[in-house]
Design a protein. Sequence first.
Lengths: 252, 298
Amino acid sequence: MNEKIVIENLSLQYDDGTESLRNISLGIPENAITVLFGPAGGGKSSLLRCLNRLNDLSEVKTMSGRIWLDGENILDPKTDVIRLRRKVGMVFARPVVLPMSIRSNITYGLEVMGEKRRSRLEEAVERSLIQAALWEEVKDRLNDPAIALSGGQQQRLCVARSLALEPEVILLDEPTSGLDPISTSKVEASLQEIKKNYSIILVPHSVQQAARTADFAAFFLQGELVEYAQGKTIFTAPTDKRTEDYVTGRFG
Amino acid sequence: MESNLNWKEYVITRAIRAAGYSTILFVVLIFYFLLVEGLPTLAEVPLSNLFSIRWYPIEQYFGILPLISGSIIVTLGSAIVAVPLGIGTAVFISEISPRWAREILKPLVELLGGLPSVVLGFLGILILAPYLRVLLNLPTGLTALTGSLLLGGIALPTVVTIAEDALDAVPRAYREGAWALGATRWQTIWRVTLPAARSGVLTAVMLGIGRAIGETMTVMMVTGNAPVMALSLSAIFSPVRTMTSTIAAEMGEVSNGSVHYHTLFFIGMVLFIISLIVNVTASAVVFRSQKRAEKVLS
């Protein structure tokens, strides 16, 4: 297995004194779904937001350690953050469609990259919507405002929007937390499909989802990485007592 | 005890209702008196006189067109100053400035809004007018341009405060969504944050213009008050007289019930109608975009 991202001794503390990540080391494999799970406040989202440097905009007090993406330390202040974010796409817990049409939501990222050719944009719209399993539902109304879509459709549009940029890594922060079971299974199915070409890091909204989707899984508890293993192992035979308690539902 | 409570409830409800209805009553009454005092003009002054370009009441010339043009040119000028500067300031305060700067800037802008307009007019006469006269080599510094610049300063706080509130109300998630797509800060502001706050920003512009068109004291002090019809763009460099300053300047010396008196009220009526149109347009624009948002959400 090829490691796409290697996280080394990452620690992070917010302005208000809360410690979010404590000395995390972790390798994220290529072309697989890596799940970060655990109770709320464990540092999962913080870790995701380090991977595309979205934390730059929050009140971070101290951050130490290194994150290697293809052998490049992305925490280096000299890193081109805009380029990094095109390489590492992100989908949020609450679907955030931009206040524009369905088509523009997808082409926006490409346009800010400077892509002007209509044919390329059209091609990207169709390709990414098909990958996100949304094309059939919206192909006749691409010019409608995106806010008119249902919650599940909006979330898949957000996935499509990230895919349109052809990133290499996709971060998903509880992408199905607001969705009904049918939409959830559609999103999960499209994740299984797109993992062939992308490295996916997912913060699931439940242990069940973690178990369903994980190729690899990391269990976080209060800013600490408790256990990291193949999905099959961690949900059937966890080595750490705390992991076992959590996946069997004894707490959390 | 219970009946006591009911009684209290009754009085409070009635008092609130009376306060609400009285606002409507006041507006209706104002409009009624404007009509009563202003409409006789239409019978007393021939329309060809009223809509001529000569305002010289002592000789029975009651042409209000120069006053309307004066108001329009000064208001448009102030909008050109206040809108870009105001929206720019709002964007800076809400999107770019660090938190400590925001905490200084916002109260400062609000303080500017509380500045009495006569003070600004005073500064205009003392500093801005002589400066412009020398700079542009004009016969007098008291011009439409001077008025526009100062009025822009008066409308500015209104535009900034309301536009900033609108930008602030845009969910942080929108910005993060755009950032995560690799948009730069500027691309995010221009394509995401400003469009999302569109209706609030439009309201800010309209209220700013409303504030400018109704302003009296400053324009009376710095525009030179010559009721000359503005026929070309160069009129911005010559003295003009607005509707508001005409009313303010002449109402004190007019004899009650005379033709001149009625005409001044007629001007007030026109002004009232113009600001009504501005306000109705503003709320129509806001209402329409709200309705569209509701439609797509349902």
